[in-house]
Design a protein around this ligand. Structure first.
Ligand code: IMP
Length: 430
């Protein structure tokens, strides 16, 4: 049975949640493998809106086991309130349905405090993080001074280690003009979290391996997007994990030979939240139109997203970086009503044409996008279920994207609801 990875090809917020939700109908396991509650997936089911930050969106499908892999950083308070909120909304959540890696690292209160204090001190040089403590938690993981979720269930070990770690953290917090944190309070809170989460903790690697041997379908749900990747994103304006498909393996404990397909999600235009380069950004009324029509406000922080034209140079490189085998094009409906639509096909530095995505901020500051221009369409696309019924201008736009990228588009999303989807291929899982 194939394992499939879904990743964003831009700066996140490509609409992965909806595509994952569609694919989950046939998945036995849906697995998060990186990031934390910096992510936010918005789903509309029976006209009701749900925003999930940590729990995979597969939670709404009764047959699916939702898995949080070792590569995720987990804020226990957020996870617990997400579990409780879903339970209150009538969604069944049991330790059979939700499995969390005992190796996943815990976001501690000082991670969040440091994230906020550093951003405040950096002023105009800030990254524009979500302020959820993601970066500081990954730093501690790599520096070997983190807490794994299993550690919250071992009071003696936890208490001893926290003492020395917190001493150092409080020193830095005070240097950054933030309040020091109380040892006793953290101990009590986090050991309580440990008790609550214990029944959900497991060895995810063995779980997935067993599932695989029993021919179960496994779906990996990437968070953020390709260009927020710590290595290949627009560094330093990135998140602190590898968001690329390859990390599905390390972040879950399942080896690379099991992955048969990678689906790249491409929004029909581009957005980004936070600071950093954005070659096709529109700081005009068209950018405003896309933001309002597309509801482009962060589902985690509510910040307005920066909007711009679709950048095929980025997406083409994302195809290589992730080994993408097919694409899902989302939010095509948002483009309805524009008289002209542009697609960036290459960049230019002076007279030189550049077909690759730059590495340095200096190069980003020099490049100019080169566009192909298309006539727009007026028709509302919501509810169209047949590719042939799309306006001819929309078909032309899709055809150009596909032929430029050389990878087939297998799903086109034409509206926010589960039902607003054109499925051009339906054999992802058997
Ligand atoms: P962090 O992940 O909170 O450290 O933020 C680093 C950068 O990644 C900031 O520009 C955030 O806005 C961005 N970011 C993090 N998570 C997401 C996401 O899920 N969608 C879009 N941008 C994100």
């Amino acid at each position: 049975m194939p394992a499939i990875v879904v990743v964003g090809t831009q700066w996140g917020d490509e609409g992965k949640g909806k595509i994952v939700d569609f694919l989950t109908a046939k998945a036995h396991f849906v697995v998060r493998f990186q990031g934390g509650n910096n992510a936010g997936h918005t789903l509309v089911i029976n006209q009701k809106k749900y925003i999930l930050h940590l729990i995979p969106s597969g939670i709404f499908h009764p047959q699916t086991v939702c898995v949080i892999g070792n590569g995720v950083v987990v804020d226990p308070a957020v996870l617990i309130s997400e579990i409780e909120n879903l339970k209150n909304a009538g969604v069944e959540i049991t330790p059979k349905k939700l499995k969390i890696s005992e190796r996943a690292h815990a976001i501690m209160p000082y991670h969040k405090a440091l994230d906020l204090a550093r951003e405040a001190k950096a002023k105009k040089n800030k990254i524009g993080t979500t302020g959820r403590g993601i970066g500081p938690c990954y730093e501690d993981k790599v520096a070997r001074r983190g807490f794994r979720l299993i550690d919250l269930t071992r009071p003696k070990y936890f208490k001893e280690r926290l003492k020395t770690i917190l001493e150092e953290k409080n020193f830095f917090l005070q240097y950054l003009s933030a309040e020091p944190l109380d040892y006793k309070e953290i101990c009590e809170k986090y050991l309580e979290f440990g008790k609550y989460l214990k029944p959900y903790l497991t060895d995810v690697s063995s779980l997935l391996w067993e599932g695989f041997k029993k021919n179960k379908n496994i779906l990996f749900e990437g968070a953020q997007g390709t260009y927020l990747d710590i290595d290949y994103g627009t560094y330093p304006y990135v998140t602190s994990s590898n968001t690329l498909a390859g990390n599905a393996c390390c972040g879950s404990g399942l080896g690379p030979t099991f992955i048969k397909e990678v689906i790249g999600i491409v929004k029909a235009y581009t957005t980004r939240v936070g600071e950093g380069p954005f070659p096709t950004e529109l700081k005009d009324e068209i950018g405003e139109y896309l933001r309002e029509k597309g509801g482009e406000y962060g589902s985690t922080t509510g910040r307005p997203r920066r909007c711009g034209w679709l950048d095929l140079v980025m997406v083409k490189f994302a195809i290589k970086l992730n080994g993408i085998t097919s694409l899902a094009l989302t939010k095509l409906d948002v483009l309805s009503g524009l008289s002209k639509i542009k697609l960036c096909v290459v960049y230019r530095i002076g007279k030189k044409i550049l077909e690759t995505f730059p590495t340095t901020l200096e190069d980003f500051s020099k490049i100019e996008p080169v566009y192909e221009e298309f006539p727009g369409w007026e028709e509302n696309l919501e509810g169209i279920e047949d590719l042939n019924k799309l306006p001819k201008e929309a078909k032309e736009y899709i055809k150009t994207i596909e032929s430029y990228l050389g990878v087939p588009i297998s799903i086109i999303s034409t509206g926010p609801g589960r039902e607003n989807c054109l499925i051009l291929r339906d054999n992802f899982f058997h």
